[in-house]
Design a protein. Structure first.
Length: 76
């Protein structure tokens, strides 16, 4: 990633890593998030993974739950 760009989140790489490890598409992760009443479209997941979109605290919690990891795992 270009270090000249402003990072909007620090969890994007790990969101992608855990998603890929679980063989989930961005669309499938988006659908999983809906079960937690959190609506992040596939395009927004892509932007999160590219550090182009901020992640709200409630979204972070839902991402961790949907990916079956802890919030701390997303920060490592």
């Amino acid at each position: 990633m270009d270090t000249n760009l402003q990072n909007f989140n620090v969890v994007g790489d790990n969101v992608r890593r855990y998603r890929v490890e679980q063989d989930l598409s961005q669309k499938e992760l988006s659908e999983r998030l809906e079960t937690y009443a959190v609506y992040i479209c596939r395009g927004s997941i892509s932007r999160i993974e590219r550090h182009e979109r901020a992640v709200m605290d409630f979204e972070l919690k839902a991402l961790a739950e949907a990916l079956k990891v802890t919030i701390y795992d997303l920060y490592e």
